[in-house]
Design a protein. Structure first.
Length: 146
């Protein structure tokens, strides 16, 4: 049984660490803004086990005119649960929540290997690729919400 619910920043670490920060200290799972009241963390549970996370940060990207934007950060699904549609469910839930807050633009820095996944969900690349030290090539991707 799949359940999506709001969780704390600390709860995201059990998924962020092995997927996004493998081999790095646990402290690297903390993102600036994680503890702000405006930040929303969502967990995806499969039979009561947390297997996926996504976080929404109220952050404005200078490329977009709208003042009401959320940045997605820390989206991850545990490796042995990937390619089963859970990432899709997390992203849909993030869009639903963002719309409740009247968000006009969802954006994020996508790892190069994840671009195809996001493009299938109608996210678009803006600008040129860039490097994040010790992580790799990224692209800013976005979707305008109605």
């Amino acid at each position: 049984m799949i359940i999506l619910k709001e969780i704390t920043a600390l709860e995201t670490y059990s998924v962020r660490h092995p997927v996004l920060r493998e081999g790095k200290p646990m402290e690297s799972c903390h993102f600036e803004g994680d503890l702000l009241q405006s930040t929303i963390h969502i967990g995806l549970y499969n039979n009561a086990a947390l297997i996926g996370v996504i976080s929404l940060f109220k952050t404005k990207h200078p490329e977009f005119k709208s003042d009401n934007q959320f940045q997605i950060r820390g989206m991850a699904v545990l490796k042995h649960h990937q390619k089963r549609g859970y990432g899709h469910q997390l992203l849909i839930e993030a869009e639903v929540i963002a719309k409740k807050y009247n968000c006009k633009v969802l954006w994020f820095n996508a790892r190069e290997k994840a671009v195809g996944f996001y493009e299938k969900m109608n996210y678009k690349i803006i600008g040129e690729p860039f490097e994040i030290e010790d992580i790799g090539t990224h692209f800013v991707m976005y979707k305008k919400l109605n």
